[in-house]
Design a binder for this molecule. Structure first.
Ligand code: PHE
Ligand code: NA
Length: 501
């Protein structure tokens, strides 16, 4: 018997899940810094250009492949042509055996910090608390040292919750979770941003965030950052959006959903940026220094700068801190769940594995595989894997997806299918964006990154560490995807059906 594919209960459930994947830690601690660092308000120009010329067309492509070919990334690409099946495996393998392992560890840190915020446990020196007391950071990826117990404990919780969501399937698990998570995240964010805007010094912070410097638009680096952020922020090139769209019923507004997802994600980033820079402005004001002296991003922002600001807020700071770290947990979980689902969907499609068994096995693997990131060398492992993901993963996969579908398949089949089911019509221009514009842009970015990579070792790590962790990971996952692509499908018949043929 053919098992029925999981299905979203409502179109909104799908859109919320896609937004849940897109909105992640990156929206909160990456976007605003990028804007600040690349021309402030002027950065919105390359950012929006990237959104409309690359983000939305590629999101439509990923939704379109999943919906028209009806499959997770490996199945959908095998239906584009059997030769491309490996390209469907590669991203789902490296996200499952790479990204989600450390992403979950960062969520675990956030869980711990929810509790630390209650008692302001970081004391007078949040910097030393985070790196020394909490992480016991060893200084190099090769000095692994011991597993950090609080991180380990929270990580167990994170994987149990992930399991509870994945095991319940598409509508009762992922859709339901996002129906709770997304409104919750919005409420938390509105409270936090509103609160931050009222802090003294907020105005200085926002000025630093958005003060436009149009001269920066002449720099290629600014444009490359914008395109890079758009791919990352929309969870493109991971096979996630392909799997999510494969769970839609036949008549579904694909193009409309893509536009809504993209705008909601970017809107959220912009909003979160107001909060982040208000807080930084407040900190600068309290310490009597310029905003530029307190600006940091990513891990440093969440685990060092925010704790400092929270301590400066007095008793109410504890509430602020709890809400802030909780919002990171919620934003992170809805993204990590989407990663696990991309891999789950792939294995279920290929081998007909029972979802309940698979969910258990994957969550145990996820936990055990993540242990390395909970050690004293873990921070550096995270940094290296994250670098390889951002610099190459998304870009290479996105590029190859466009080439595979644009040049080795009748992309017109997908466009016509989308126009039959969607509300917003897609002109023939889209075919050319997929065939030429995107490969061109992504190609330039890739070459630029490679040149930079080879010119000096990333982050000052030794070449040996970069090869052993980063390059090794790229090659092993690539090899695994070729091997999996050679295995037979449990149901060959699946390979023939598309919706638009
Ligand atoms: N889109 C997420 C963000 O902006 C990152 C992410 C990518 C999460 C892929 C999950 C999967 O943070
Ligand atoms: Na995002």
């Amino acid at each position: 018997a053919v098992r029925k594919r999981g299905q979203w209960k409502s179109p909104w459930g799908f859109v919320l899940a896609a937004i849940g994947s897109a909105i992640g830690l990156g929206n909160i601690w990456r976007f605003s810094y990028l804007a600040y660092d690349n021309g402030g308000g002027a950065f919105l120009i390359p950012y929006l250009v990237a959104l409309f010329t690359a983000g939305i067309p590629l999101l439509i492509l990923e939704f379109g492949i999943g919906h028209e070919r009806i499959g997770s990334a490996p199945l959908a690409l095998a239906k584009v042509h059997p030769r491309w099946e490996w390209l469907g495996w590669w991203p789902v393998i490296f996200v499952m055996f790479g990204i989600v392992l450390y992403y979950s560890v960062i969520i675990a840190w956030c869980v711990d910090y929810v509790f630390y915020a209650v008692r302001l446990s970081w004391g007078a020196d949040p910097d030393a608390f985070f790196f020394h007391t909490f992480l016991g950071a060893s200084g190099a990826p090769s000095r692994i040292g011991a597993v950090q117990t609080p991180v380990l404990a929270a990580l167990v919780g994170v994987w149990c919750l992930t399991w509870a969501i994945i095991v319940r399937g598409v509508s009762r698990g992922i859709e339901l979770a996002n129906r709770i998570f997304m409104p919750l995240l919005l409420v938390l964010t509105l409270i936090l941003v509103g609160w931050s805007l009222g802090l003294e010094g907020a105005r200085e912070g926002i000025r630093a965030y958005l003060r436009p410097d149009f001269s920066r638009l002449a720099e290629p680096k600014v444009w490359i950052s914008a395109y890079g952020q758009i791919f990352f922020t929309l969870s493109l090139g991971f096979g996630i959006m392909i799997a999510y769209a494969s769970y839609l019923p036949h008549k579904s507004d694909i193009t409309g959903s893509a536009v809504v997802t993209a705008l909601a994600n970017s809107g959220f980033s912009l909003l979160a940026g107001f909060g982040v820079f208000s807080v930084l402005g407040f900190m600068a004001h309290s310490q009597g220094v310029g905003v530029e002296q307190v600006v940091t991003h990513s891990i440093g922002l969440a685990f060092v700068a925010y704790p400092k600001a929270i301590s400066l807020m007095g008793p109410a700071g504890k509430v602020f801190g709890v809400l802030f770290f909780l919002s990171l947990v919620v934003a992170g979980l809805s993204s990590s769940v989407s990663i696990v689902e991309a891999f789950t969907a792939a294995v279920v499609d290929k081998f007909g594995t029972d979802r309940r068994t698979l969910a258990g096995v994957l969550c145990v693997i996820g936990f055990v595989g993540g242990l390395i990131f909970t050690t004293q060398g873990g921070l550096y492992w995270i940094d290296i894997v994250d670098h390889f993901l951002n610099a190459y993963g998304l870009v290479v996969v996105g590029l190859l997806e466009c080439v595979a579908v644009g040049w080795f398949f009748r992309i017109e089949t997908i466009r016509r299918h989308l126009n039959r089911v969607s509300r917003i019509p897609l002109g023939p221009w889209w075919n050319w964006v997929i065939k030429l514009v995107l490969p061109g842009i992504l190609g330039v970015i890739l070459v630029q990154q490679l040149v930079e990579e080879l010119s000096r070792p990333y982050g000052g790590y030794s070449w040996a560490s970069l090869i052993a962790i980063g390059w090794n990971w790229v090659l092993v996952t690539l090899l695994a995807s070729f091997i999996l692509a050679m295995r037979p499908w449990h149901q060959e018949a699946d390979l023939r059906k598309g919706r638009g043929d």
